[in-house]
Design a binder for this molecule. Structure first.
Ligand SMILES: [Zn+2]
Length: 399
């Protein structure tokens, strides 16, 4: 396919960097940075700091400590007083802890790299780096100020990083989030909000022969609640309820168990789904709680609110698609995702964002996680061209 001659040469040359980008990604994937592995997170942050400060020596470097942990975020800012600003967001933790058997990389075929975090989202960090290096070679780069924010706790809910997102939202009106794209190339239009709740049921212990005269079986009562809770999605479209685990009783089976507990993962599509879901869960709990000899307590909360799609995302997506088309690439679509990301938290903080602009990935959070190697460069091309046009004022996003 012929390409318009007006495209910047460094952007067109990006695919020639593919072997180098793949090697960098492999080296990062081999550093274990499970969310709970603090020394591994530190090694990973040092590796990122080395690469990013070498690429952008003039950027202001900060490594703020997160609340509730010794882990640090990595933040680089350049041209903070430019009239146009953008936040480039990613996370450097993975779901694979130091004890996980999945610790090495392989190449099942010439264009596939399999390894821990290669897509989610160390591959995205490679795309961010390559795109920004390329953008900085553009003559109009000085018109755009940027902030890179890389955090170490996304996979466990970003509890420590949340204040950093709120602070970033005061400096920016738009962000790119470098989560992986779908295997099809589609990116994320909106994401479900997530929450986790614990249902704790207490009954009354008794000899197994004393049901129901004296004993109150907490396992059976909790099971009744859980079966009803699992049906909530049929009443509330856009809501998901997953009963994730259950425990109760003791080793003796001739005792009526007085305790049972279960954790539930809940997801909502719109902020407006939250109250009806909570009301339904509490109503079901109250049915059990109101029975003689039983207590059913529900604790927990929503952690990530849903990421909905605003006119800013609509406009940014159109410009991003346009950039892909001009590069001779098939313009990707966007889809609703059941999974949460820091795009949710940024959106909740008032910062519109385009999410999943990283490379094409598959089988995330499993020992088959893989990335399409060539997409490291092709996705970086789209981001670099988008940034070039954003800096030039050719991409206008509604306020
Ligand atoms: Zn991720």
């Amino acid at each position: 396919m012929s390409r318009p001659l007006s495209l910047p040469a460094p952007i067109l040359a990006l695919p020639s960097r593919t072997p180098e980008l793949a090697a960098l990604l492999e080296s990062w994937s081999l550093i274990n940075s499970g969310s709970g592995h603090l020394t591994g997170l530190e090694r990973m942050r040092h590796a990122l700091r080395a690469e990013f400060t070498r690429a952008f020596p003039a950027a202001l470097l900060e490594e703020p400590v997160l609340i509730g942990t010794t882990a640090r975020a990595l933040r680089l800012r350049l041209r903070p007083s430019a009239s146009r600003q953008i936040l480039l967001n990613g996370h450097y933790d993975t779901v694979y802890e130091a004890t996980d058997p999945f610790q090495t990389c392989s190449r099942p075929d010439a264009d596939t790299l399999r390894g821990p975090g290669v897509a989610d989202m160390k591959g995205g960090l490679v795309v961010l780096l390559a795109a920004l290096q390329t953008f900085e070679q553009a003559p109009g780069a000085s018109a755009l100020g940027w902030e890179i924010l890389l955090t170490p706790d996304e996979e466990t809910g970003s509890h420590g990083s949340a204040p950093l997102f709120i602070a970033a939202a005061t400096r920016h009106t738009f962000a790119l989030v470098f989560e992986p794209a779908r295997p099809s190339g589609d990116i994320v239009q909106s994401r479900k909000g997530t929450g986790s709740f614990i249902a704790t049921c207490r009954g009354r212990a008794a000899h197994a022969a004393q049901v129901p005269s004296s004993g109150r079986n907490a396992i059976l009562a909790l099971a009744e609640f859980l079966l009803a809770a699992a049906k909530i999605p049929s009443e509330l479209p856009g809501v998901l309820v997953n009963v994730g685990n259950i425990r109760g009783g003791g080793t003796a089976t001739n005792v009526v168990p007085d305790f049972a507990q279960s954790e539930l993962d809940v997801r909502i599509t719109r902020v407006a789904d939250r109250e009806p879901l909570l009301a339904r869960l509490h109503a079901l709990a109250a049915i059990i709680d109101g029975r003689d000899g039983f207590r059913l307590e529900l604790t927990g909360c929503f952690n990530r609110p849903p990421k909905e799609c605003s006119p800013v995302e609509e406009a940014a997506f159109a410009a991003w698609q346009h950039a892909a088309r001009d590069l001779g690439q098939i313009p990707p679509n966007w889809v609703h995702s059941g999974g949460g990301s820091d795009g949710n938290l940024l959106f909740a903080a008032g910062l519109a964002n385009l999410d999943a602009v990283g490379p094409l990935g598959d089988h995330l959070h499993s020992d088959r996680e893989c990335v399409v190697i060539s997409s490291l460069a092709t996705r970086a091309q789209i981001v670099a061209l988008f940034l070039t046009r954003y800096a030039a004022g050719e991409v206008t996003l509604p306020r």
